[in-house]
Design a protein around this ligand. Structure first.
Ligand SMILES: C[S@@+](CC[C@H](N)C(=O)[O-])C[C@H]1O[C@@H](n2cnc3c(N)ncnc32)[C@H](O)[C@@H]1O
Length: 248
């Protein structure tokens, strides 16, 4: 695809509003990020040297991890042409940005292996159950021995009974859905982005987000079945939770 020149100030604005929008969905994301950092540093006894963010979107988490661990090689993987362009335009050049499809067995060939930390934040609900299982197996192989996989997403709490289990969306979630629609609408009037939006529409036309939201127990079982020895809850906020799993 022909490189496009995006105004850096506008890119910064779109990335900042993306970040605010994600916080609208999950206000506890900063706490989760701190826990991820604490967990990987504790497990390794040192900062990670290779980090991979799966479905990293415009790269806010990748950027914060790179800032926290300036000696680490940080790589972001995504499929969305618009978000990849915002990541490429907005991130420091030291952060790798890789286009690959997590539903394809070929993605690890694009990112390489030997990672100390692999994150997937709000990504796996785009995938069908079999693709999630395959992703966990591929992530295991992409980790270095002792490396940590962290998956955060909608995972209703299977420990709560009946009505509470589904937990209504958090109060801010309807506003976050609106902000999501507005964010994408806001890009429609930008001539440099129109072509990317069309490519995005083509890409996702036949593959809408799977919207598969299993409980934490399902993900823990799938992670163990993928060959991880341990998988435990790292964090929870309402319907959202994160699991951490270590490759032995
Ligand atoms: C809700 S966004 C979350 C983005 C980012 N992790 C964050 O927290 O800001 C989900 C991301 O998963 C990416 N994604 C969905 N399906 C994918 C696939 N099959 N391969 C790669 N990325 C995918 C989307 O393009 C999008 O960037």
């Amino acid at each position: 695809m022909t490189p496009i020149a995006l105004d850096p100030a506008r890119v910064a604005g779109w990335r900042t509003t993306w970040d605010a929008m994600m916080l609208g969905f999950v206000p506890g994301l900063p706490a989760l990020e701190r826990l991820i950092a604490t967990a990987v540093e504790a497990v390794r006894g040192a900062p990670p040297t290779r980090v991979l963010d799966l479905g990293g979107g415009p790269g806010l988490l990748a950027e914060r991890m790179s800032r926290r661990w300036p000696d680490a090689t940080v790589t972001l993987l995504d499929l969305d042409p618009v978000l990849l362009e915002l990541a490429r335009a907005g991130l420091p050049s030291a952060i790798g940005v890789v286009r690959a499809d997590l539903t394809s067995p070929a993605w690890p060939a694009a990112t390489g292996t030997g990672y100390d930390l692999i994150t997937a934040v709000m990504t796996v609900h785009y995938l069908a159950p079999e693709a999630i299982r395959a992703l966990y197996a591929a992530a295991r192989d992409a980790l270095a021995p002792g490396g940590l996989l962290v998956v955060a997403d909608l995972m209703p709490d299977d420990g709560l009974p009946g009505l509470m289990r589904a937990l209504d969306p958090a109060p801010g979630e309807a506003a976050a859905e609106l902000a999501w629609a507005q964010w994408w609408c806001g890009l429609m009037g930008v001539p440099e982005i129109v072509g990317l939006l069309a490519a995005r529409a083509d890409l996702f036309r036949d593959r809408p987000p799977a919207g598969f939201t299993a409980d934490l127990g399902w993900h823990a079982a799938a992670i163990r079945a993928a060959g991880f020895a341990e998988a435990g809850a790292l964090w929870r906020e309402g319907r959202h939770a994160a699991l951490a799993a270590r490759r032995l």
